[in-house]
Ligand binder design. Structure first.
Ligand code: SF4
Length: 147
């Protein structure tokens, strides 16, 4: 049996986004419906409420837009997601682009100005460091399962 793919819960129609909305993506929804993918939100599992102030990575910390340090919740949520990935034998993940948790390759620069820089969100980074392949939903057309 093929191991499941971890996906950002907001891509699967869960209303866990910082502003209480969702990033529902029909391809991801179909993967969850068919049992191919498992949704997970590291920020909610890290103990943060929904809705919550938006956060961005600043150096080694994660701060919300009011300057509150949310690093511990982000780390905890990422670790819980890694626990789930190991539990189900996940080797691949499709995570929401540019999120301070889920972004892969590009994130925002910490100034809350919409400026993009190279980098990974906390959750994406932890998965990658543990050998799990991470892509964003924006690359999904190149994902083998969807061709
Ligand atoms: Fe979606 Fe990830 Fe943000 Fe949760 S942490 S709302 S799964 S982008």
């Amino acid at each position: 049996r093929k191991s499941p793919i971890l996906v950002s819960a907001c891509l699967a129609g869960i209303f866990c986004r910082y502003d209480g909305k969702t990033n529902a993506n029909e391809t991801i929804l179909e993967m969850v419906r068919s049992g191919t993918a498992i949704p997970f939100c590291p920020e909610v599992h890290g103990g943060l409420p929904t809705p919550r102030p938006p956060c961005e990575i600043q150096g080694a910390s994660v701060l919300d837009c009011h300057g509150n340090d949310c690093t511990n919740a982000f780390v905890r949520g990422a670790e819980e997601g890694l626990r789930l990935a190991h539990l189900v034998g996940c080797t691949e993940a499709i995570l929401k682009a540019r999120s301070p948790s889920c972004g892969s390759g590009i994130i925002y620069d910490g100034t809350f100005s919409g400026t993009r820089i190279s980098g990974n969100g906390c959750f994406a980074d932890l998965l990658m460091k543990n050998g799990i392949r991470v892509r964003s939903e924006e690359t999904i057309s190149s994902f083998p399962e969807n061709q």
